[in-house]
Design a protein around this ligand. Structure first.
Ligand code: COA
Ligand code: AMP
Length: 631
């Protein structure tokens, strides 16, 4: 079937379409129905089915006689390690660690927070939770203690799994002091912290005995004493994981992914979008702390019976801008998936990709990019370099897999610079204006998706059905609001132009400007502030803070800036990459007090802008223009 007929079938007969897709999964109890609309607008998938996600990712491949196939390749230029795990070996480690979690009292539905760098134990911990029917919540290592504490308070885990730390090119990041501070800041549901000791980073479970009122277990000792645990069947609708993502307010949103719909979507997307099959090698150069890592470092490739690469390093500097090409050639990678920022970083250092000539990239079928807008220059550069399809695809933490893509496993569609191509079968994407009226081609508007969303997309927000409905489903009844704006061209290609809210995307990392503003506002000299995401050649966007001082406050500007930068780093984390502060005498606002952040961003980015008629004081626009002139 081609793209058009597959899409038509997914719309005409979603029950038949998705029940057929569900046959790619091994069920303990096979579902008899696909979508359950009894609680609309909250939909559930495969509601009477039962399965275990870990069984589908590991056991069934071993049972099918593929135990000797490589499941996971770990490559870490930062610690100088390379290691492969067969499906049998990975299963053994996961079953053993599931035994450790069971010894710590974890069972079906319990939450486990995982705060780990890109090491194999992070994957083991995620799959071990899935094996027990427990719910993992992975927190990216670049977040500071306060952000971690906010997630502990919301998810209420009984166990944290961590490591002594991670290695960034410029420094060693010690995790254990962050864990202790987060435990002290949080409400205290955690009973046990399990620590994988890394020789490269100081700190261990033993040294922390008694700290923060919890038990500290050493990973290896606990694994030595544990009995391997069998997979526990759960309902398809039971949560597999919670993944926190930035909302428009400071409070992160806990996106809930179910077991059944997720497994089906992963299996379907591996074949039909990425064209990756058992034995193929897929390398997703992201982090397990992000949705891209959940879906296509861990679950997608393993559910498909493919080989996944876990790379602990950067695109440049570990050791050079040839690192990506080395990994592709060393492991015969068929599909590489990364963020546009990574390519821009490589291009900046090695504009003609001279380092790529040293490696054999013949195994590569396609490069997939997502996480932020793919600018046409980078697309053109990568296409010329690789002479292979460079596939932009658009998705979000909430959807868990691509909303728009060129589904290579179905049909090779012509690609267009600047567009993530067409809606993936299962997603009915429309563009509407602020009144919900459908827009004509080439007219920009809100990108919305008709309900129900396909399997594998968020089922709700953690303990937040109302927040889910309020944030995503109430603006345009019957549709999911993506928060992105864009348009279709006449041939149906989608163009995603940017967010309609206060979320920014820095180096493919989704951040809330609202949470940065909350931090800046705490400074005693700051009367009011606005953080906006301005265009950045490398990272796509970078946050810049505009602050108005309290009257009578006369701090030295450079000292104030350093204090504010340190506060954001301390309270949100290094990942916020907040480095720029501009002191201004006023912020442009509407008469109702809403700061005109979009207009500010347009001024700073040199775009055309319209001064809204509701502006309180037009002079404030000049203030921003003048601040640009000051550099
Ligand atoms: N743990 C701790 N700190 C981390 C971290 C982690 N896992 N990841 C990033 N950081 C830190 C960095 O060390 C840096 O700290 P610094 O201010 O002390 O230098 C800070 O967070 C900002 O990081 P980043 O924005 O990534 O910038 P960078 O200059 O270190 O690296 C790139 C630039 C382009 C190499 C890097 O951003 C990159 O590889 N991007 C790819 C994006 C990606 O994979 N996104 C995933 C979504 S698909
Ligand atoms: P995240 O939830 O971190 O995956 O971020 C999702 C957001 O990143 C989307 O809502 C978009 O704003 C942006 N994004 C992701 N992929 C793309 C893409 N291919 N093109 C444009 N924007 C993208």
């Amino acid at each position: 079937m081609d793209y058009r007929s597959t899409t038509e079938r997914s719309i005409r007969d979603p029950e038949g379409f998705w029940l057929e897709a569900a046959e790619a999964i091994d069920w303990d109890v096979a579902p008899t129905a696909a979508v359950d609309a009894s609680n609309a607008p909250l939909y559930r998938w495969f509601a009477d089915g039962m399965l275990n996600t870990c069984y589908n990712a590991l056991d069934r491949h071993v049972i099918a006689g593929r135990g000797d196939t490589t499941a996971l390749i770990y490559d870490s230029p930062v610690v100088g390690a390379k290691k492969s795990y067969t499906y049998s070996a990975l299963l053994e480690k996961v079953a053993q660690f599931a035994g450790v979690l069971a010894d710590a009292g974890v069972s079906v539905g319990d939450r486990v927070v995982i705060y780990m760098p890109m090491m194999p134990q992070a994957v083991v911990a995620m799959l071990a939770c899935a094996r027990l029917g427990a719910v993992h919540s992975v927190v990216f290592g670049g977040f500071a203690a306060k952000e971690l504490a906010a997630r502990l308070d919301d998810a209420e885990p009984s166990v944290i799994v961590t490591a002594s730390g991670g290695i960034e090119p410029s420094r060693v990041v010690e995790y254990l002091p962050t864990i202790v501070t987060a435990l002290e800041l949080s409400r205290g549901t955690v009973r046990t912290v399990i620590v994988k000791d890394r020789p490269e980073v100081p700190g261990s479970a033993r040294e922390l005995e008694g700290a923060a009122g919890v038990d500290w277990w050493d990973w290896d000792e606990a694994a030595g004493a544990a009995t391997p645990h069998d997979p526990v069947p759960v309902r398809a609708t039971d949560p597999l994981y919670i993944l926190y993502t930035s909302g428009t307010t400071g409070a992160p949103k806990g996106v809930v992914r179910d077991n059944g719909g997720h497994a089906v979507a992963m299996a379907w997307s591996m074949r039909n979008i990425y064209d990756v099959h058992p034995g193929d090698v897929m390398w997703t150069a992201s982090d397990v702390g992000w949705v891209v890592g959940h879906s296509y470092i861990v679950y997608g490739p393993l559910i498909a019976g493919a080989t996944t690469v876990l790379y602990e390093g950067k695109p440049v500097g570990t050791p050079d801008a040839g690192a990506f090409w080395r990994v592709v050639s060393d492991y015969r990678v068929k599909v590489l998936f990364t963020a546009p920022t990574a390519l821009r970083a490589i291009r900046k250092v090695d504009p003609h990709a001279a380092l790529a000539d040293q490696y054999d990239l013949g195994s590569l079928d396609a490069l997939f990019l997502a996480g932020e807008r793919l600018d046409p220059e980078t697309w053109t550069w990568a296409t010329a370099l690789l002479d292979k399809p460079v596939v932009d695809h658009w998705w979000q933490t909430e959807t868990g897999w691509a909303i728009c893509a060129s589904p290579r496993g179905i049909e090779e569609l012509p690609l267009r610079a600047g567009s993530p191509s067409f809606p993936v079968p299962g997603f009915q994407v429309e563009i509407v204006d602020e009144h919900g009226h459908q827009q004509h081609p080439l007219t920009e508007g809100n990108i919305v998706i008709r309900l129900p969303l396909p399997p594998g997309t968020l089922s709700t927000l953690w303990r937040g059905d109302d927040r889910y409905v309020h944030s995503y489903l109430s603006a345009f009844p019957g549709f999911y609001l993506t928060g992105d704006s864009g348009y279709f061209d006449r041939e149906g290609y989608l163009y995603v132009m940017g967010r309609t809210d206060d979320i920014i995307n820095v180096a493919g990392h989704r951040l809330s400007t609202g949470s940065m503003e909350q931090v800046l506002a705490q400074h005693p000299a700051v009367a009011e502030c606005a953080v906006i995401g301005v265009a950045d050649q490398l990272k796509g966007q970078k946050p810049v803070g505009y602050v108005v001082l309290k009257s009578g406050s006369t701090p030295v500007e450079s000292e104030l800036a350093a204090e504010l930068v340190a506060m954001v780093r301390d309270q949100i984390g290094a990942v916020a990459a907040f480095r720029d502060v501009v002191v201004v005498s006023a912020l442009p606002k509407t008469r109702s007090g809403k700061i005109l952040r979009k207009t500010m961003r347009q001024i700073v980015d040199g775009e055309d802008y319209v001064i809204p008629p509701t502006i309180e004081d037009t002079q404030a626009i000049q203030v921003i223009v003048d601040s640009m002139a000051r550099g």
